[in-house]
Design a binder for this molecule. Structure first.
Ligand SMILES: *Cc1c(COP(=O)(O)O)cnc(C)c1O
Length: 376
């Protein structure tokens, strides 16, 4: 059996090696390492894929979030509503800009921000809502967008984990994740669903004026070289990464499908198990399984299961062992709405199993039968 990885980027590369290698070699031959043509080409291709007018590539997903917030002219003390059940980066940038993260609970079925809880969190200082499309499934955007419109609050989608997935509105209309909010952000960290071979990120918007501003902020606040209209930062996607992403974008739908096929296998193997709750597929979303995260019942010793699987050479991960509001860095400076009971309930019970584009049945069978051996 091939070695089981959380993400098998080596096997994935072998299948696309010729195109990747040619692209990288071209960048080197042209010495167009920064802002080369593949960067603009990729931005245009990704915009077309996602159904947005503007894509602004940048250095990573955390920068993408920070640049998005900078473009919204947030003032110190302004509040940004976000789930605590997310990767730290979502929240970190809020604090970096001297704004206040306002932590809201998630829906325990979908792991994403609970729209009803958002309404309770809105104050006169609320400027932004940041729903996070966690594990590959969209947050329930329709009520969030309605709420934001009603209260005149901006929405920034953190789409680092769900690129390629879709959201389906009640009308039946479907939109790509990352195309619904005023601004959306994503990450091309290697393990993400569209990953490069280093760091990378991008910002999406349909607003042309805002796109110009986002672009300037990512580039030292300049529109004309050496004339700086704004305080910005230096956040670029380098050309080699863009050339890799151009190749991988062509495979993104196929990669999403491969993840779904693996998830189907897991779902079937664990169906109706009294001690394993498989990830819920929301009726409003097309899940792209950045992670396959199960919830264990209280009588399963999670650490013992992790150790058991480790012995069988099955890696697992905890996304995330400690919610943001419990982090030492947020002992002060955040506001908590309600008791975050779902967030606190989930953290000690979740377990993410290997899922990627290269899984075969032998591996999936080994993983599911090993889990079932332990969780009787
Ligand atoms: C990965 C990730 C980020 C940050 O992306 P980087 O490219 O690692 O900076 C932000 N938010 C979420 C939800 C993520 O998963």
């Amino acid at each position: 059996m091939r070695k089981i990885e959380m993400v098998d980027l080596k096997s994935q590369y072998q299948k696309i090696k010729p195109a990747i290698d040619i692209g990288i070699q071209e960048v080197i031959d042209n010495a167009s390492f920064i802002a080369g043509k593949p960067v603009q080409d990729f931005a245009i291709e990704l915009a077309a894929y996602a159904g947005v007018k503007n894509v602004i590539p940048c250095a990573n997903g955390t920068d993408a979030l920070q640049i998005a917030m900078m473009a919204l002219d947030l003032q110190p003390g302004d509040e940004v509503i976000t789930p605590s059940y997310t990767y730290f980066a979502t929240v970190e940038v809020i604090a970096l800009l001297k704004c206040v993260p306002v932590f809201v609970d998630v829906n325990p079925e979908t792991f994403t921000i609970d729209a009803a809880e958002i309404e309770k969190a809105i104050s006169s200082k609320t400027k932004v809502i940041v729903p996070v499309h966690l594990y590959g499934q969209a947050a329930d955007m329709e009520p969030i967008l309605a709420l934001a419109l009603k209260h005149n609050i901006a929405v920034v989608e953190d789409n680092a984990q769900a690129i390629g997935g879709d959201y389906i509105f009640k009308s039946g209309k479907s939109m790509k994740n990352g195309s619904m909010a005023l601004i959306s952000t994503t990450s091309f960290f290697p393990s993400k669903n569209l990953g490069c071979y280093g760091d990378g990120g991008a910002i999406f918007t349909n607003d042309d004026q805002l796109a110009l501003k986002l672009k300037m902020i990512a580039n030292h606040g300049q529109r004309v070289k050496y004339y700086h209209d704004l305080i910005g930062c230096n956040s670029r996607l380098d050309t080699i990464q863009a050339s890799i992403l151009r190749v991988k974008l062509q495979h993104l739908d196929e990669y999403c499908l491969a993840r779904r096929v693996a998830a189907d296998y897991y779902d079937k193997a664990f169906a109706n198990h009294p001690k394993i709750k498989t990830p819920v597929r929301a009726s409003y979303a097309n899940h792209v399984y950045h992670q396959y995260t199960i919830i264990l019942s209280d009588d399963v010793n999670r650490q013992a299961l992790i150790d058991y699987l480790q012995q069988k050479e099955i890696p697992t991960m905890l996304y995330y062992p400690l919610a943001c509001h419990k982090q030492k860095a947020f002992e002060k400076g955040a506001r908590i709405v309600g008791n975050l009971k779902n967030t606190e309930w989930l953290s000690p019970r979740v377990l993410s199993l290997p899922i990627h584009t290269e899984m075969d049945e032998e591996q999936l069978n080994h993983i599911t039968s090993s889990v079932l051996e332990f969780v009787k």
